[in-house]
Write a protein that binds this ligand. Sequence first.
Ligand code: GTR
Length: 414
Amino acid sequence: TPLFLLLAASALAQTPRPGVNYDEAKVGNAPLPDLKLTTADDWKGKRRAEILQLFEDHVYGKTPSDVGSPKFEVTATKADALGGLATRKFIHISLPSRPAWPGMDVMLYTPNAVKSAPCFVGLSFGGNHAVSTEPDVPLSTRWMRESKEKHIVDHRATEATRGTESSRWPLQMILKQGFAVATAYYGDIEPDHADGWKEGLRAAASKDGADTVWKEGEWGAIGAWSWGLSRIADYLQTDPQIDGKHLAVIGHSRLGKTSLWAGAQDERFGIVISNDSGEGGAALMRRDYGETTAIITKAFPHWFTPNYARYAGNAASCPVDMHMLIALAAPRPIYIASAAEDHWADQKGEFLSGRHASPVYALFGKQGVVVDAQPAIDTPVGDFIGYHNRTGKHDVTDYDWTQYLKFASRHWAK
Ligand code: GTR
């Protein structure tokens, strides 16, 4: 690449986008919707369901309940993966009643030193062969976003793609601490582009053919990806090497929005982790800072239900804000992570959603983020709501995983 292009690209990355606010004095001060908390019983019996429905109606759309029962086939097992540290399995999940959906290939690493292991469950951007550096992991053949940097050519992975996401999945570190990892390529469920639903689960599962997809209140891609996470959880309940009562759902960025929505809907995820999930994830939508509802619904309309675009430029009229999404995890432990250079995701807005969800935990006699103000960089805080703002950029690093492993170990201490 010519030097001047590299320089131009790095200058672009530093320059704030025109029309995007990064001034704390201008974020606005619209009041957050009231959580309307009364008692723990009222929360469990009524209020939680009301808020969940508001997120279906206004943000992510409703996950259909009649998609069909998944079928699980273990397609390969290797007992001495990662130099003997782990057993590696591939599991193909399909829907016999929806043959148009090509299904998903889950890669599961379980620690050989543990009988039934707690497990992190998360989708990847690049496929199993990008997560793992083991050369015998099958290369994904599915559609991927074109990327020179990631060696995606003509929308397909190439050999050079192997391991390109491995720094975000420190398998050795996780497995050595006795945790399992279950992952799949998000594009197996639905390719991430505006027409991806046609090739993915949403068209295959639609009631009356593809033309009913993506109408008011119907699910978007985040809903479909979340559904995929729950099907992985279904499989994990059947695997004797997994402790199905200790599943943590995790995701980064758009997949962090996805892990929050999966955790909100599926209470089998005993811990919910959002890494740099930003707008449409942990960041409060009423704060005009970095990415906004207007920007995200224009760039990625297919991620959400169409109703969400109503709040473009008008977030204050939305009946929910993201502290209510965090609240949907209660009383389960939830972790929100930011990165100090990731202003696009609005780190303070991510912290504040945890701060304003904390009263729900108090109903259960538990503490949320504990502190009132966003902590200093590289200072993890919180009890049932964990939070940190790590040095560096939009990414998942060993620092992030170190905190997640500590958090899970503390809450799941036997
Ligand atoms: C950006 C998007 C963010 C975030 C990110 C990602 O383009 O604006 O909301 O989701 O992509 O997923 O990496």
